[in-house]
Design a binder for this molecule. Structure first.
Ligand code: SF4
Length: 103
């Protein structure tokens, strides 16, 4: 049995790669970009609001990462030359280490 990397031959992945090629062709993003264009990160399940349509209050399947674990994730994203991230949640600013993670 041969192994296959996740998403290796998926139409969605190929469409994404084609889209990124077009962005580079039209100089919408740097031509040297090799990592993901944009990574949204949900730092926390916590929020001070309870919007009825929100998924964040659904059952938590995993624990939140701690400060050092997030730093490792962000270091990994920097290593693969990620272009941009969005820190979200929940309400990301509710984390006591919010500014440390940003830094
Ligand atoms: S995370 Fe956003 S959408 Fe969800 S409850 Fe908080 S403010 Fe509302």
């Amino acid at each position: 049995m041969t192994s296959k990397r996740i998403g290796e031959n998926d139409k969605g992945i190929n469409d994404y790669k084609n889209l990124i090629s077009k962005y580079k062709e039209y100089k919408a993003i740097p031509s040297t970009l090799v990592g993901p264009t944009f990574v949204p990160i949900d730092l926390t399940y916590g929020c001070n609001l309870k919007c009825s349509y929100c998924y964040i209050s659904s059952p938590e399947e995993t624990d939140e990462l701690d400060t050092e674990e997030w730093k490792e994730v962000l270091d990994d994203l920097a290593r693969i030359k990620n272009f941009g991230i969005c820190l979200s949640g929940g309400e990301a600013a509710l984390r006591s280490d919010y500014f440390e993670i940003i830094e």
